[in-house]
Design a protein around this ligand. Structure first.
Ligand code: SF4
Ligand code: ZN
Length: 314
């Protein structure tokens, strides 16, 4: 397979675009495309302060690398979840995020969940009994809360996450199987900000996971290879496998699925759900927007999990 641009040996073959590129041309193509998507979806402009949620994995570190290379002002935010799983998952991912930031002289904010809220994620999930055997629900709730809090408190214009097309297609697949109109309405490259809630963007949402892995490797980015130990057996991994089987037989399936969804949404396919969006109230504890008056789900979880937190905060 030869590079379409120079005829040298190709390093990356993207069957969905019928495009094979050598190392150098791939490393030129991917940032150009990222810039195109940032502009196409009006994610942010140069001079905006961007907060990148960094997990130590290939997608988030590559996103940070791309934004800096493209001349954007981007700082990182790492959340210490306190997950070990026999592979020191959190320690290793923190080490790699820190290493990346130090080597490039970038600002990395760190929030350690245990230090901040009394317990690490698996314990918070256990004692708040919201885990259903896995801490993912509590983990997701905590990540959303903390990322938004840091973005808001430190005055960032936008919060960027490293979701790639495989992630987005799997979420879309799940939401479509359930016909969750409300979630479908909110899924996309940009989630506009509302008072108290930062604007969220996903600049990598049109790149396949394997392209992001290729980018990280070709750029020499050291990232954590292991998935979070709690990810094993999740429905999103199952959906990814199903979609990959389809992709294998019909290259472009995942990309078409996602892009046609965005088109349909723009044409108003789910607009009836807009009028059903609940009115937002400020949480009486943390001030973040919530659909019901009183405490937001994160503060409710925290009260249940750490009565001491309740006593302290009252
Ligand atoms: Fe959190 Fe791990 Fe679950 Fe992901 S898989 S939501 S990082 S606990
Ligand atoms: Zn709250």
């Amino acid at each position: 397979m030869k590079c379409r641009k120079c005829g040298e040996k190709a390093s990356v073959n993207m069957r969905q675009h019928k495009l094979a590129l050598c190392r150098d041309h791939f490393l030129e193509w991917l940032p150009e495309q990222t810039e195109r998507f940032i502009q196409k979806y009006s994610m942010f402009v140069r001079g905006d302060r961007i907060l990148v949620a960094v997990s130590g994995g290939k997608d988030s570190l590559s996103l940070w690398d791309l934004l800096i290379s493209l001349g954007y002002r981007a700082d990182g935010l790492y959340l210490g979840l306190g997950i070990d799983g026999g592979i020191q998952y959190s320690d290793n991912s923190h080490r790699l995020a820190r290493k990346f930031a130090e080597e490039k002289g970038l600002v990395l904010h760190v929030v350690d969940v245990e230090r901040e809220y009394g317990e690490p994620i698996p314990v918070l999930a256990d004692i708040s009994r919201r885990g259903y055997g896995k801490p993912c629900a509590v983990c997701g709730l905590t990540k959303r809360h903390v990322m938004n809090r840091v973005a808001r408190d430190l005055g960032y214009d936008v919060l960027a996450t490293g979701h790639n097309l495989d992630d987005e297609a799997a979420v879309l697949f799940g939401n479509t199987l359930q016909w969750s109109g409300e979630y479908l309405l909110r899924q996309g490259p940009v989630l506009p900000g509302v008072p108290g809630m930062a604007k969220k963007v996903k600049p990598l949402c049109r790149f396949y996971e394997r392209e992001m892995a290729a980018y990280a490797i070709l750029r020499g980015i050291e990232y954590i290879y292991e998935e979070c130990p709690y990810a094993a057996g999740s429905t999103s991994i199952y959906y990814k496998e199903v979609l990959n089987r389809m992709e294998h037989e019909h290259p472009g399936t995942k990309l078409n699925f996602y892009l046609r969804f965005l088109d349909a949404r723009q044409r108003g396919l789910f607009s009836q759900h807009e009028s059903m969006s609940p009115e937002l109230h400020a949480c009486t504890e943390c001030g973040q927007p919530t659909s019901a008056p009183g405490l937001c789900s994160f503060c409710r979880m925290l009260r249940k999990a750490t009565p001491a937190f309740e006593a302290v905060s009252e």
